[in-house]
Design a protein around this ligand. Structure first.
Ligand code: SF4
Length: 380
C-alpha cells in the first residue's frame, strides 16, 4: 500500500498533483528539440505510453521557436527544462504548463545578480503565465556554494539547497511548486528525500534516480529508491530515467506504472545480493541535448566491453552532453562525456583527452588497465 501523502495539492495544467491525487508518471524527450518531426513523434510516443507530463529541454532561441511549433501540434502537458539560460523562461512560459529550473545552473548567467533575484524572475514568470515550477536539485550539478558550506556531507548539501530555494519561493508568495532531489545512487536519493520531507512535508516531491543507466540495473536502482520512498508516502510524481534508444522511451512510463502497481500490491522486490559491490556503470537517460546519436550505443558498448570487470569496485559514468557531462563525471573513476564529434575521457576530475567515437573504447580500456594495475600495486 502507498500511504496517503501529506503534501499540498498543486495543479499542472489540468492535472492535480500532490496530496490525494494519483502519482503522476512523466518522462522527457530524447530528440533534439529543433528536430520538429522527431520531437513531435517522441512527444506522441510518450503520450501514448501514458506520460502525464512531458519534459522538453530548451537552451536557445532556436529551441524556443521549435517549442512554439510543437505546442501548436500537441495538447500534451509540457514542462520545459531550463539550464544555464534561465532568462529563456520568459519566452517558453506561455507555451508550457510547468518550468523546471536547476539551482546549480543559476550562477552561470549574470554572475553578479543575486540568485534570489533570478528565482524571483522565474517565479514571476511562472505566476504570470499560469505555470507550476519545479526546483530540480541534482547531485552532479549542485551549486558550488553548497558544496563548500556542507563539505563532507553531500546529502545535507543537496537538502539545504532545496530547502533554501523553497524559502526563496515561499517568500514571494508562490506555492505552486514542487521539488526533486536526485543522485545516481538510490541510497542517497532515499536519504536526501527523507531528510527534506522531514522539514517540508507540505512540498510535493518529484522522484528520480538520475543516470540510473541501462536496464536491468537502471530499473533495479530506480526500484530501490522508489519502493522505499513511495511506501513511506513520499513522492507525488516520478520519472524513471533509463538509457535506452529514443524509440524505446515508452519503457520509462511502463516501468513506472509497474512499479507503482507492485508497491500498491505489496510486491516489493529484494535487492540482488552484493548489488552495490563491484562495477557500477552510470549513464544519463539522454535528452534533447545529446549532440551525437551514438551516445546510447556507446553506453551499451561500455557495458559490453567491461563485462569481465564485474568484481572490480569501479564507477564508470557515461554522459550524453556538455551541459551536465563535465560536472557529472567528476566523481567517477572514469568518465566519458559526448560532444558532437569527440568523446571526452576523464579519470576523476582529470581530463585524459578527447577521442573519436571509434577510438574512445580503446582509450578507456587502457585507462581501466592502469587503474586496476595501480590498485594491484603492479605499476601505474
Ligand atoms: S547529461 Fe546531457 S544529454 Fe544526458 S540527460 Fe543530462 S542534459 Fe541530457
Amino acid at each position: 500500500m502507498i500511504p496517503t501523502r501529506k503534501t499540498r495539492s498543486i495543479t499542472i495544467g489540468d492535472l492535480a498533483l500532490g496530496g490525494a491525487a494519483p502519482i503522476a508518471i512523466q518522462s522527457m524527450v530524447a530528440t533534439p528539440t529543433s528536430d520538429l518531426d522527431a520531437t513531435l513523434a517522441q512527444v506522441r510516443l510518450l503520450e501514448e505510453a501514458g506520460a502525464a507530463i512531458i519534459r522538453i529541454a530548451v537552451d536557445s532561441k532556436k529551441d524556443v521557436q521549435a517549442l512554439a511549433e510543437i505546442r501548436a501540434e500537441t495538447g500534451a502537458r509540457l514542462s520545459v527544462d531550463l539550464q544555464e539560460n534561465y532568462r529563456l523562461a520568459a519566452d517558453v512560459a506561455p507555451l508550457v504548463e510547468k518550468i523546471r529550473y536547476n539551482p546549480g545552473h543559476l550562477h552561470h548567467l549574470e554572475k553578479k545578480l543575486p540568485v534570489a533575484d533570478k528565482v524571483a524572475f522565474l517565479v514571476e514568470t511562472a505566476r504570470t503565465h499560469d505555470c507550476a515550477l519545479r526546483i530540480g536539485v541534482n547531485a552532479g550539478s549542485l551549486a558550488p556554494e553548497y558544496e563548500q558550506r556542507f563539505e563532507g556531507d553531500p546529502i545535507e548539501a543537496l537538502v539545504q539547497c532545496a530547502l533554501e530555494h523553497c524559502a526563496m519561493v515561499d517568500a514571494l508568495g508562490f506555492d505552486r511548486y514542487l521539488v526533486s532531489i536526485k543522485d545516481s545512487d538510490p541510497r542517497l536519493v532515499v536519504e536526501a528525500n527523507v531528510r527534506f520531507a522531514a522539514v517540508r512535508p507540505d512540498v510535493p516531491l518529484h522522484l528520480g534516480v538520475t543516470e540510473a543507466g541501462m536496464p536491468p540495473d537502471g530499473i533495479i536502482k530506480t526500484r530501490i529508491a522508489f519502493e522505499q520512498l513511495l511506501s513511506r508516502g513520499l513522492g507525488d510524481t516520478l520519472r524513471v530515467s533509463l538509457t535506452v534508444p529514443f524509440q524505446e522511451k515508452g519503457r520509462e512510463i511502463e516501468v513506472g506504472s509497474e512499479l507503482i502497481a507492485d508497491i500498491e500490491a505489496g510486491r516489493m522486490r529484494s535487492v540482488p545480493p552484493n548489488f552495490f559491490d563491484g562495477l557500477n556503470i552510470i549513464a544519463c537517460p539522454s535528452c534533447s541535448r545529446v549532440e551525437n546519436g551514438r551516445f546510447v550505443e556507446l553506453a551499451q558498448e561500455v557495458k559490453r566491453v567491461t563485462r569481465d570487470l564485474a568484481k572490480h569496485n569501479l564507477t564508470i559514468a557515461v554522459m550524453g552532453c556538455r551541459v551536465n557531462g563535465p560536472g557529472e563525471t567528476d566523481d567517477a573513476d572514469l568518465g566519458l562525456w559526448c560532444g558532437p564529434e569527440k568523446v571526452n575521457l576523464k579519470r576523476g576530475p582529470e581530463s585524459l583527452g578527447a577521442f573519436s567515437y571509434d577510438e574512445v573504447l580503446g582509450a578507456m580500456q587502457r585507462a581501466l588497465d592502469e587503474i586496476i594495475a595501480a590498485r594491484n600495486g603492479d605499476g601505474a
